[in-house]
Design a protein. Structure first.
Length: 161
């Protein structure tokens, strides 16, 4: 798949098959997250890969809009040290995770974390220390409906000056 096809067909997926994801694939996805653009090359992130079904169920129960995390075979928590641009850096890393997942044919969905009331509880559940901020939770899995990866029309509000 070329890069533009990957971008054009990425979707938020909230319904997953239960098939496991090879850890070698998950590691490549996490590596893509760690290669994101970052202000001043600070790389403030920590990625927590959650496979355990009980932990994923607890994560899902804490979020407002992430109940599907419980059925996804993998959830990746993106945490960042509170640097000047932690939110931008963590968001760029999150987008890289989503795109890498699409490259491998996986579905994914980003669940917000920063400034959410559950952020501290999720950090504790994931064993994150040192005051790192939760940026996002990314559910990963094989989509229940693979036809979800079709190109759709994008909003094209722009001007050329």
């Amino acid at each position: 798949m070329d890069g533009l096809e990957m971008l054009y067909t990425r979707r938020s997926v909230r319904q997953f098959r239960s098939d496991p994801i090879p850890m070698a694939m998950v590691e490549k996805i996490v590596k893509a997250g760690g290669l994101a653009a970052t202000a001043r090359n600070v790389q403030p992130w920590e990625f927590v890969v959650v496979q355990d079904a009980a932990v994923r169920a607890r994560l899902a129960g804490l979020t407002e809009n992430g109940k599907f995390i419980a059925i996804a075979p993998i959830c990746i928590g993106v945490f960042c040290e509170e640097t000047k641009y932690y939110l931008e850096d963590g968001s760029a890393a999150t987008e890289n995770l989503l795109l890498a997942a699409r490259y491998f044919g996986l579905g994914s969905c980003w669940v917000a974390g920063d400034k959410k009331p559950y952020a501290g509880e999720i950090a504790a559940l994931c064993g994150v220390v040192g005051g790192k901020r939760l940026i996002s939770l990314v559910a990963l899995g094989w989509p229940a409906d693979p036809s979800v990866f079709r190109e759709r029309k994008a909003k094209m509000d722009h001007r050329i000056l």
